[in-house]
Design a protein around this ligand. Structure first.
Ligand SMILES: Cc1cc2nc3c(=O)[nH]c(=O)nc-3n(C[C@H](O)[C@H](O)[C@H](O)COP(=O)(O)OP(=O)(O)OC[C@H]3O[C@@H](n4cnc5c(N)ncnc54)[C@H](O)[C@@H]3O)c2cc1C
Ligand code: HEM
Length: 380
């Protein structure tokens, strides 16, 4: 993660060239560089091992995802500063302290130097040190300015299996936790998967009793999602951190809205819907909820209850692999397109990477302006 973040610093002229040039010397040995980098840190500072997940293989797999995200974010200079401040705030949940930044920065440069061979030069050392210092200072500033605790403890007060792979559970944070409908936050289940954090979206707007409901699907060999669906129990304590994301409602908008959800991508959509039920009188709202089969339309009963109660709400359901399902057939992205035109609507899209990508493509074909589309993709 650190490596690519640094190599993508734009607009820094010569520095950017030096970083790129030096990175190209080690790029093909990425895995080895990463292995050396962690070994270097843990040998010199064994206490830091406790900050990282037990399985470092998982750690590496996750870092690749983080790299892609970091690259994409940093290519946009407008978001550069806020992204790093948020990353710094977020790092407090890993128990990262200010002094760790220097250790990590040193190990980073040493590991690259170790694999670059004779072409490595002192100007490369300097370039990496300078760029790392800029990033670290932004992260540290973000961490320092955050008035919130690094994380909240929450007690699981309800847990229900809705299908073989899907659970809906409710958590009561021990201290108030502020977030906006449509945002997501990080969860760690220390009893089952210590030090592994994943993001999940509350499925309700903030409530007076502070409870948060989550909808989780256990994916393949997924470490955290399987634990949350199959092992988590009422009475367990989990950790929650850093509400993030901008898929929120603009109360000033008078446009009708279209919500497109795939599977547990319904969670933030329900949160937004709940917020709308508190004030909406004038906007028509269309929910498109898709899954592979009817079992995975795990929350349809509640959606239908809402649609019966609020005349401005309509719900369309679709299954892509359930030929006898009585609703729509096919991918939800195609079904939405069928119900258009949608040129005057606000869009909110949430689900797997594949589903979000297909929907965005469809909306582009339908000439929905991208400024009117907000989305959360489960693949980072
Ligand atoms: C902004 C955001 C909000 C999210 N909100 C929710 C939510 O409300 N509910 C929810 O259920 N999930 C949500 N997710 C997904 C969640 O964060 C995890 O990525 C997911 O639960 C898998 O984590 P894991 O630890 O079980 O899998 P990992 O151990 O990280 O991955 C194990 C294997 O499964 C594969 N894999 C990972 N994710 C998926 C996937 N989605 N589909 C298929 N294969 C996958 C990986 O490639 C890997 O091979 C959200 C993700 C993001 C980025
Ligand atoms: C320039 C400095 C740094 C950058 C750009 C950076 C970036 C990142 C990113 C993008 C992630 C993935 C975030 C996520 O999935 O939530 C991450 C995770 C992590 N980082 Fe950093 N980081 C930096 C410094 C540090 C330091 C100094 C430490 C302290 C040892 C550290 C420890 C961790 C840990 C423990 C994780 C979690 C890994 C996991 O969940 O698998 N980072 N970092």
């Amino acid at each position: 993660m650190f490596l690519t973040v640094l190599t993508t610093l734009n607009g820094m002229g010569d520095l950017a060239r030096l970083l790129k040039e030096s990175w190209s010397l080690v790029e093909e040995h990425q895995d080895k560089v990463a292995g050396y980098f962690y070994a270097r840190i843990f040998l010199s500072y064994p206490d830091l091992r406790d900050l990282f997940p037990v399985q470092m293989d998982v750690q590496r797999a996750r870092l690749l995802g983080a790299i892609v995200q970091a690259v994409q974010t940093l290519e946009d200079p407008e978001r550069f500063d806020e992204y790093l401040r948020a990353l710094g705030r977020d790092h407090r949940k890993f128990h990262v302290e200010p002094e760790h930044y220097e250790v990590v920065g040193g190990a980073l440069i040493e590991s690259m130097r170790a694999f670059a061979g004779e072409e490595w030069g002192v100007e490369y050392d300097q370039a990496w040190a300078d760029a790392y210092a800029v990033i670290a200072s932004k992260m540290l500033a973000g961490a320092e300015a955050d008035p919130n605790p690094p994380y909240w403890y929450g007690e699981v007060v309800a847990h229900e299996r809705r299908s073989r792979d899907i659970a809906v559970f409710t958590v009561l944070p021990l201290q108030p936790l502020d977030y906006r409908a449509g945002q997501y936050l990080s969860i760690e289940a220390p009893r089952y998967q210590p030090r592994l954090w994943r993001t999940y979206s509350p499925a309700n707007a903030p409530r007076r009793d502070n409870t948060l409901e989550f909808h989780v699907r256990a994916v393949g060999a997924g470490w955290v999602s399987s634990a949350l669906v199959r092992r988590l129990q009422v009475g367990d304590m989990i950790k929650l951190a850093a509400p993030m994301g901008s898929m929120t409602l603009d109360r000033r908008s008078t446009r009708d809205a279209v919500f497109v959800a795939g599977g547990t991508g319904l969670a933030p959509i329900k949160s937004l819907l709940e917020e709308l039920t508190r004030y909406n009188r004038t906007r028509w709202v269309h929910v498109f909820f898709g899954a592979r089969n009817r079992e995975d339309l795990y929350d349809l009963a509640d959606l239908n209850r809402l649609a019966a109660r609020y005349p401005w709400l309509s719900v369309v359901t679709a299954c892509s692999e359930d030929p006898t399902f009585p609703g729509e057939q096919g991918d939800i992205s195609d079904v939405v397109a069928k119900y258009g035109p949608w040129k005057e609507h606000d869009f909110f899209v949430s689900g797997s990477g594949r589903m979000v990508k297909a929907t965005l493509k469809r909306l582009a074909e339908l000439q929905v302006p991208s400024v009117r589309i907000k989305y959360d993709s489960f693949s980072e």
